[in-house]
Write a protein that binds this ligand. Structure first.
Ligand SMILES: *[C@@H]1O[C@H](CO)[C@@H](O)[C@H](O)[C@H]1NC(C)=O
Ligand SMILES: *[C@@H]1O[C@H](CO)[C@@H](O)[C@H](O)[C@H]1NC(C)=O
Length: 296
């Protein structure tokens, strides 16, 4: 049995979401062992960017990921904003916010397992390109199948139209905000030129020119910077516009995964790159969300 959720009275913007219900109030204890503290209903602050635009204005705290303070929610949620921008699935924001910023009701409503699986299947390839596995905290088998839960509008789950295939690290919007998000999500950022981009198995390998400048301070040791070779994971055949003509300077972002360095973002850097410069400047003063903890 499906019912529309939430009721029109409460908010209209969540129309694409349904709550499925068997009208059985099966125990939530299996899911919510730690849901002991009595949760409060608070406003979703504007700087909780992952969820501020989700369509409702109040959320439960602690949330369903056991974050107890708003500061913790913001810190952890921030690392998912780039994934929502990648538009791997139209239900990504609703799914994540049902956990990070659950809608205020007298009891928690979890996302449905099939919403989780659908988002996971669409977004895992993108996360993998960045060297992140689907995290255990979002293991879909934790979420209910037939209890009341948040589901995506099934007619609306496909990838957003106009989302042409490209390599995820190459497909970046040129806005200060988005560049900053990617800078935050990356372990290091350098400015350099590229000597060669060649295919190696399923990946693309980037050989850099000698001159390299660190733009995210302290992230790479001198020795690492000197030897740095980057890989575009699973990127042997995906189109990366930035690599078509290698004459430019680049802002290159990456992460170390195992023994390799993955390319996580690439922007041409020429005289007109105002957005890149602004983002780097803001990186100096802004605190980034903590990625390593939130993807586990
Ligand atoms: C589901 O999405 C389709 C297309 O976006 C829309 O026409 C339909 O009304 C939606 N259904 C619900 C229940 O929101
Ligand atoms: C998800 O959790 C289930 C049950 O706890 C476990 O059996 C399964 O291995 C987990 N899946 C992943 C991908 O970790």
């Amino acid at each position: 049995m499906c019912i529309f959720w939430p009721p029109r009275l409460v908010l209209a913007m969540l129309m694409p979401i349904l709550v499925t219900s068997e009208y059985e109030y099966v125990s939530w204890k299996d899911l919510g062992d730690s849901y002991g503290k009595s949760p409060q209903c608070v406003d979703i602050p504007e700087d909780l960017r992952l969820c501020y635009t989700v369509g409702y204005h109040r959320m439960l705290l602690p949330n369903l990921l056991e974050h107890e303070t708003m500061a913790e929610v913001k810190q952890q949620a921030g690392s998912w904003v780039p994934l929502v921008h990648k538009r791997c699935h139209s239900g990504t924001q609703v799914f994540l916010c049902s956990l990070f910023a659950p809608v205020c009701l007298d009891r928690p409503i979890y996302p449905c397992r099939n919403l989780c699986e659908s988002v996971r299947d669409s977004c895992t390839p993108i996360m993998e390109a960045f060297g992140f596995p689907w995290p255990e905290m979002l293991n879909c088998s934790k979420f209910p199948q037939d209890d009341m839960c948040i589901a995506a509008n099934v007619t609306d789950v496909a990838q957003s139209p106009g989302n042409s295939p490209t390599c995820p690290p190459c497909d970046n919007e040129m806005s200060t905000e988005v560049i900053l998000e990617h800078l935050c999500a990356s372990e290091f950022a350098i400015r350099t030129k590229i000597k060669e981009a060649k295919i190696e198995n399923v990946d693309k390998k980037l050989i850099l020119q000698k001159k390299r400048k660190q733009m995210k301070p302290g992230s790479l040791k001198k020795e690492e910077l000197r030897k740095l070779v980057l890989y575009l994971k699973n990127g042997a055949n995906c189109p990366c516009q930035q690599l078509e003509n290698l004459r430019s300077n680049y802002l290159i972002m990456g992460r170390k995964v195992g023994k390799r360095y993955l390319l996580t973002g690439i922007h041409k850097w020429d005289k007109s790159s105002k957005e890149v410069k602004k983002a780097l400047k803001r990186l100096q003063s802004q605190k980034c969300p903590i990625y390593e903890t939130s993807f586990k």
